[in-house]
Design a protein around this ligand. Sequence first.
Ligand code: SF4
Length: 266
Amino acid sequence: MPRGRRPARDEGVDRPAHATLASVHHAITTCERCPRLREYCARIAREKKRAHRDDTYWGRPVPGFGDPGARLLVLGLAPAAHGANRTGRVFTGDAPGGSGDFLMEAMHAHGFANQPFTRSIDDGLALRDAFIAAAVRCAPPDNRPTPAEIATCASHLDAELACLPRLSVVMALGRIACDAYFAWLARHGMPVRPRPAFAHGAAWLPPAATLRGPGRVAPALVMAYHPSRQNTNTGRLTQAMLRDAFATARRMLGDADPARGPAPAP
Ligand code: SF4
């Protein structure tokens, strides 16, 4: 896989600035297109979990979060029923040491987050040059959205990414997020066939043949296992492995890496 390319900062697939991030987020949080998911999220918000019985659950679709000037997009799967569906922020609200903390620890190590943990929407977390979104914005039963639900939610990803004009690298957390990235490319006139196989830590650059028109450059891809408890508790994904993936993203952005010291002279 090619590595180490430095995408130009302001290049990008045609991304019309027809909407603001605020208006896109309003459209996401008021969306009712998937009855199964809306009913599930609302039920979870009513019934709650014993540990959070005094909380007011968000219970709505969850928009992306981060720096509007981000060059890195971290793309996950979907909100967790008692995590983001409770707090209203992606990768926020699972128990300490859960997937949110695991992700934020790695992002903080590489300078993409101001703190190595995430607890609640008012915990002071700020992302730097990074934005986090999910392929599906409503918590699905058993963390399994249907293909139809993934496809239905794709327009929200399109709209959100249209508001990130500096986007250069996408880190896809898991196979479904990886598929969402390739589907996004295809919707923008850049189908990739065959698609590269999913492999943790692999980097992929859109070949020139997929690009249309002068100056069009699609964001590069870094693949990583999703930091779900199933992956982290079993050692399938370690903190070192996730940090290595963020180091690859840093290299692709052409930056000095806070975790590794200054970038070598060109
Ligand atoms: S999953 Fe996406 S498209 Fe479906 S209801 Fe939620 S926000 Fe809307």
